[in-house]
Ligand binder design. Structure first.
Ligand code: SF4
Length: 462
């Protein structure tokens, strides 16, 4: 059933549900992971992976470099203009990759290979070729695999787009955030419209089958009118997908965000209204609303996967290529291997020292318990398919989800009364109103949220 466009939601209602909460790119979420999980535990997971040679893989590569820091940045990035620092990073990356391949063997089939950052197109063409060659020697990138990267149009060009397409990338994401110069000034990221359009059209002319645009709502200086213009302009370009992320203002985690002028930032209901505007404009423009914050053309693989209930969510966001494991390389990389989450050291010095010391640069992780796996399945179903069928758990756990989650579901009646979710013999279904608050519904199944650590961990759900 298609949801109506423009669901009315009051400011009081938004205030009630605007609370800190995870985005659930994993469950359990990173704050629940333990520092005590390290290299030995990761090697155990890789050993297990070696024993499952037919399992397909997703691979994430972190390229941390940026020429200049944006005030709003929430990424693990590194400002450098030092060519030797980049070369040293790639040398260590090769070492890290070699150590993993020494355990699992080479030639494993990869169905999703994503480069994130930082700014992957900060690398020069010869450096990109070098990295591609090392990963192609280590893995068998499957025909039809998604090979994608994020780029900063400010340092891109049509020539670079052509090079990337010829090198084998088939999906490209352009960081746009907002076209409005006043907003760009406020976030410390001047990006001319002409440059963005030149690179966007360059990607199209280079023949990328998938071109994405990333936007951010809730940035300083944004108004409903100005952001509406950015949305109209983006829809006019007709990208295959758009991700419109909520700006997470977490200066206690990202001190660079202290530079963000919060006095000119829409918050609470006004910020929520920006996202409602986004949803309405993209749906009127013919896009499908995917999960919580993605939009895709109706014939895009993401829309097809949504209709087929085959959508997946991992650390890279929404995905169509289901891979049971994800290997991550580079500083701060987060992997998911044989039911263990693992994270590399998020600092360049820490990651480099661990690689130089002869080991794998893991600093934290988590081995999923059976209860974690069960809740992960349920939460990811809500985040992707907007439902939790009671039968979902029968095959794996021999019991219906409503019985397994009986305790958690005791928190459901207020959410049902508020019209966010319905419950019947089939299971739970997120309503048209509840689509804006899926994270709040998923939170009732999260066994770790009750454990108050005394420090703020998450951004707000709105
Ligand atoms: S927002 Fe992107 S380009 Fe800006 S500093 Fe962060 S990673 Fe670099």
């Amino acid at each position: 059933m298609a949801e109506p466009i423009g669901v009315p939601i009051s400011p009081e209602f938004v205030a009630k549900y605007n609370k800190p909460g995870p985005r659930y790119t994993s469950y359990p979420t990173v704050p629940a992971w333990k520092q005590a999980f390290g290299e030995a535990e990761y090697r155990e997971a890789l050993d297990e992976l070696k024993g499952r040679p037919d399992d397909e893989l997703a691979v994430y590569l972190h390229v941390p470099f940026c020429a200049k820091a944006c005030h709003y940045c929430g990424c693990n990035m590194l400002v450098t203009r030092d060519k030797d620092e980049v070369t040293a990073y790639l040398d260590r990356l090769e070492t890290e990759l070699g150590r993993v391949v020494d355990v699992i063997g080479s030639g494993r089939r990869v169905v999703q290979f994503h480069w994130g950052g930082g700014t992957p197109n900060y690398l020069k063409n010869d450096q990109i070729e070098r990295v591609l060659a090392m990963f192609r020697a280590a893995f068998a990138i499957a025909p039809g695999a998604e090979v994608s990267l994020e780029i900063d149009p400010r340092i891109g060009s049509p020539e670079q787009a052509r090079f990337l397409r010829e090198a084998g990338f088939n999906r490209i994401s352009l960081g746009v955030q907002d076209f409005e110069p006043r907003v760009q000034q406020a976030i410390g990221r001047r990006q001319s419209r002409d440059k963005t359009l030149e690179v966007y059209h360059g990607c199209r002319e280079a023949g990328f089958p998938g071109v994405n645009i990333d936007l951010v709502y809730g940035l300083p200086g944004q108004t409903r009118e100005s952001f509406g213009e950015t949305l109209d302009e983006v829809i006019g370009l007709a990208p295959d997908r758009v991700a419109c992320f909520s700006y997470a203002h977490v200066p206690w985690v990202r001190p660079n965000q202290e530079k963000v002028d919060t006095t000119i930032m829409l918050q609470g209901y006004e910020k929520f209204a920006l996202f409602q505007l986004t949803v309405d404009r993209f749906r009127e423009g013919g896009y499908a609303w995917i999960g919580i914050d993605h939009f895709a053309k109706q014939d895009d693989e993401l829309s097809v996967a949504l209709r087929d209930r085959a959508l997946h969510r991992n650390f890279m966001g929404y995905a169509t290529k289901p891979a049971p494991h994800m290997l991550a390389f580079g500083m701060s990389g987060i992997g998911d291997v044989c039911d263990r989450f693992v994270q590399n050291d998020a600092t360049i010095d820490g990651w480099s020292q661990l690689v130089d010391a002869g080991g794998l640069p893991i600093v934290k992780g988590h081995k999923l318990s059976d209860d974690d796996k069960l809740r992960r399945l349920a939460i990811l179903n809500l985040m992707c398919n907007l439902e939790l069928p009671w039968e979902l758990t029968v095959a794996g756990w021999g019991e219906r989800a409503d019985r397994l989650f009986a305790d958690s579901l005791e928190q459901l009646p207020p959410l049902i009364a508020d019209g966010l979710v319905t419950r019947d013999d089939f299971g739970l279904r997120i309503t048209a109103k509840g689509r804006y608050f899926v994270r709040n519904v998923a939170m009732i199944l999260d066994a770790y949220l009750a454990q108050d650590t005394g420090k703020p961990l998450f951004s707000r759900t709105v």
